[in-house]
Design a protein around this ligand. Sequence first.
Ligand code: FUL
Length: 455
Amino acid sequence: MRRGWNGRFLSGLLGVAALTLNGAALAQNAVDIKPSPQQTEWQDLEFGVILHFDTNTFLDREWGDGTASPQVFNPTQFDPDQWMKAIKASGAKYVVMVAKHHDGFCLWPTGQTDYSIKQSPWKDGKGDVVGEVAKAARANGLKFGVYLSPWDRHDPRYKDPVAYDKYYNAELEELATHYGDLVEFWLDGAGSTGRTYNFPKIIETLRTYQPNTIVFADTALFEYGDARWAGDETGKIEYQNWNVIDRHGYIRWRPVEVDTPLRKLHWFWHPNDEASLKTVDELLDSYENSVGHGGQWMLGVAPDNRGLLPDSDAKRLRELGAALRQRYGNNLLKEHVRTDENVSRALDGDPDTFWSAPAGSHSATLVVDMPTPITFDHALTMEWLTEGQQVLQYRIEAWQGGQWKPLVSSYAIGHKKIDQFAPVTAQRIRLNIMTSAGEARIREFQVFSLDGQTK
Ligand code: FUL
């Protein structure tokens, strides 16, 4: 259900102010909660890809039931470097490899079960998909992470929670110790409704070897997540996006991740399925409603039964990257009249520098003068989040006919916000921060003319 922009969310956020944690007389205000350095580093990546490739790929399946023979896994042209070249060109900054999906088949030569690539004809059972993918990702400048499904439809130990937790923990230890730094660990709740895992132990193991990994955990696993699920797989954030979320009294910085596949509704590759490939317009719409709403975008990409990305998918990823560069590569405010160094820091295209509102302020304006009038229809703003999410309400305005005309009036900026409006021509433009919890810090304020471009 779509929720409109209104004041209810804002008052809800401020209402968290008197929250009492664990019965202690410690009041915590949502706006005082800050991200960890690992979370801001991860949020800066903005766009990742999740890779699904296992026996399902060879059997035209989405959710394997755990009965597939390892013999079916036999890609004849396995080339993760080919995947990574296309993924890199899309603009993604990291990949998450599904090391074990719900069918229980392990894509690395685990010592914990025989149900793995060791039993497959691929490389005579001597290959390591996870290892080769990790290597190819890093060789192409992409960070690497893993997904390990808690729900396991193959392993007989699944019936015994104690034995299975031990098994899962041992699998995780292998993944956490053999494949270098993991940028993200995907904890999927699918299929696990009603099941209790020993997550305190599992997360302790993970943190022992991977202290900096970002744990993505969906709704039921809120205690363990450094990042949260958007709530569906449509590829859009359809609500005001605040990073600080209260779940049953656990109030934490939990940025949202939006997972959605490149082919509609399909995480694994299926034959004769090209019609489900999303168009560039659909992908841009998803990007603008995920990254452009302060979230992380996790696009599902699936190699085929040869072990290659289909040409159509590789081409679409390249087209996506080109479209993103074309749309957001030319900030019209860059050539502004330089009168104030503080203002210039928000317009320089460098997200490591930022404009600061006056110390202690709760409202402020960032005014930009241009040498000549410009026409624009999109704005991109980014907050410096290290000290927390400060901007509560803002407007983007153009000076016209002797007064400031609001183009956008909205809540929450966060990591990145992309706003669209009817084309306007102006020589003075401002970001009007109507309300901020503490002083606002703006990494980037950019405007674009995208009228007539793809989409
Ligand atoms: C879901 C799974 O059930 C899908 O098969 C897929 O892996 C997706 C990324 O997460 O929960």
